[in-house]
Write a protein that binds this ligand. Sequence first.
Ligand code: NAP
Length: 315
Amino acid sequence: MSAPSVENVVIIGTGCAGLTAAIYTGRANLSPLVLEGPLPGGQLTTTSEVENFPGFPHGVDGFQLMQNLREQATRFGTRFEQALVDRVDFTCQPRKLFAGDRVILARSVIIATGASPRMTGIPGEKELYGGKGVTTCATCDGAFYRKMDVAVIGGGDSAAEEALFLTRFASRVYLVHRRDTLRASKIMADRVTSHEKITCVWDSVPVSVEGVAEGAVSGLRVRHLKQGTEQVLAVKGIFVAIGHLPNTGPFAPPLEVDEQGYFKPAAGSAVRTHVPGVYVAGDCADHVYRQAITAAGMGCAAAIEAERWLAGHGG
Ligand code: NAP
């Protein structure tokens, strides 16, 4: 069997960061190979309208934006392949990426694997996830719950945003939070607590999702942490908004991550790692801004770094 060819640059991930890195490295004639994971296009494909991406005064559909980036990357010679990297060896050059039995060799690597929604893990959540009443995206699924009662779990800005968005459709939105104050920014918290359609269920944790036998959500059982009592909120939709988990597992170690699992870039750079020629970009390395445009900016920076590194190392 012939040895696999060595790629100039392999980009892992097809969200805003990965595709922007592909456009830049493609335009630099590096013929990038992009590895596509389980959610092609990343988190924006689960959003309807993106109103804050510069250059679209009337907003742009999230899925369409990602299609555009992909088309732009393809135009400059980007190749796409399905592969889920599960292990790396950065001790050698070229770097080795493993996806099951497959080995991919790369002089430089840009990791743009994003972050996935965190789930509660309560009984019934997994069974009724996706189309059966449990979801992580109000903008994608909110319209299915017209004139119904729904619950949002969480107390941060995401939960506040989801709850407020859902008031457009739902009759009542229960916001289930484990403390008695929201972590969300004051302006969002004020909007939530003063909204007539939102009922905050304070000091409460979700216990189970009801309706598994029927194959559709019929309620959310919650427990009051101070009183120890339980109640079932009779909701048809449950929106889990308790943060995200960065997709850094297969790369750490050898790469460094912080206590929440996000990549820790090398000092003085947002995208360089301590491994020469290996860069990180987007939500897997950013728990602060988490915006499409900041991810795209990091993808651009990582691409320029990779290009310069390759130029200095015979690429
Ligand atoms: P977050 O700020 O980490 O909030 C997560 C929430 O979920 C917290 O209230 C937390 O409770 C709760 N939680 C965590 N694990 C839980 C569990 N197992 N069971 C029940 N509740 C649980 O996450 P986020 O809301 O996704 O926001 C992440 C970052 O993005 C923040 O910096 C945020 O400001 C930013 N963001 C900004 C906007 C905006 O500005 N429009 C929108 C979305 C996100 P505790 O409070 O008790 O920890």
